[in-house]
Design a protein around this ligand. Structure first.
Ligand code: KIV
Length: 312
């Protein structure tokens, strides 16, 4: 839990806040969070957007990809995040197969993020092939964030977690997709793992903000995965991540110290225990001396204890 005390209710970030930031050239900050403590910490740090990312499948649930994550998983975590955040705009990441099967299902699932999960908006992956779905969700009054470049739900189609839009043709296609998403009405677009100059070209041509992850310094904002930034994920760290802490090591050392302390009987110490009032302790000692404890013996002075003492 953050050491920072909670301040009076801060002004809530909305999609308009993000648009104003782009107009003023002020960088937008976005981070993932997956539970109450991470949401409190990220919100109190002043991050503009909290994404309950389907990356939770990998960094929290231990899957190899995001594909096994379900709507129920996402809602479970979204609810916890909503309880912890007060200022940030909350975005629920639509998991694999929650929006690809039909527009009707997409609207229903996007709506659940707002109605049950306490989110303010949803994010979904894909370009031109998603336009109808995005429009359907928007018609239901739900703000949508786009996601282009490396779209992890298509990891098998992309041939792995690899950089995208690295050829001139693919870069042009990504730019076209971004313009189409903007026309459809998304309020911002995540650009993941694309070359800096592609992200810059997209950012300069869009009125809505771009939020980069592995997309260089020219995006309107940046997003990272909470566990990557804090060094909490032990499997791998993408090259584009800046680790601000190595909490995995800190946690390991703390847990080893606990095991060592208990093993060596250093924990708990006197300061962690609770003593009886002297008179109660004396009565208890007297009772212990006068009677060998047996199951159901009752409290000192109880009928069962008296009975045993009298040998009845
Ligand atoms: O799921 C996620 O965390 C994401 C971010 C990487 C943008 O989609």
């Amino acid at each position: 839990m953050s050491a920072q005390p909670a301040s009076p209710t801060p002004k809530k970030v909305t999609v308009r806040t993000l648009w104003r930031k782009k107009q003023r050239g002020e960088p937008i900050t976005m981070l993932t969070a997956y539970d109450y403590p991470s949401a409190v910490a990220v919100d109190r740090a002043g991050v503009d957007v909290i994404l309950v990312g389907d990356s939770l499948g990998m960094v929290v649930l231990g899957y190899e990809t995001t594909l096994p994550v379900t709507m129920d998983d996402m809602l479970h975590h979204a609810k916890a995040v909503a309880r912890g955040a007060r200022r940030a705009l909350l975005v629920g990441d639509m998991p694999f197969l929650s929006y690809q099967v039909s527009d009707q299902e997409a609207v229903r699932n996007a709506g659940r993020f707002l109605q049950e999960g306490g989110m303010d908006a949803v994010k979904l992956e894909g370009g031109r092939e998603r336009l109808d779905t995005i429009r359907a969700v928007l018609r239901a009054g739900i703000p949508v964030m786009g996601h282009l470049g490396l779209t992890p739900q298509s990891v098998h189609q992309l041939g792995g977690f690899r950089a995208q839009a690295t050829t001139a043709q693919a870069a042009a296609r990504l730019l076209e997709d971004a313009l189409r998403l903007q026309d459809a009405g998304v309020f911002a677009i995540v650009l993941e793992a694309v070359p800096d100059e592609v992200a810059q070209a997209v950012t300069e041509r869009l009125d809505i903000p771009t939020i980069g992850i592995g997309a260089g310094p020219h995006c309107d904002g940046q997003v990272l995965v909470y566990h990557d930034l804090l060094g909490l994920y032990d499997r791998f760290v993408p090259r584009f991540v800046k680790q601000y802490a190595q909490l995995h090591t800190v946690i390991h050392d703390a847990l080893r110290a606990y095991v060592d302390d208990v093993t060596a009987r250093r924990f708990p110490g006197p300061e962690h225990g609770r003593a009886m009032k002297p008179a109660e302790a004396a009565a208890f000692r007297a009772w212990l001396q006068s009677s060998a404890p047996v199951e159901g013996a009752g409290e000192p002075g109880s009928a069962a204890a008296e009975e045993r003492r009298d040998g009845r």
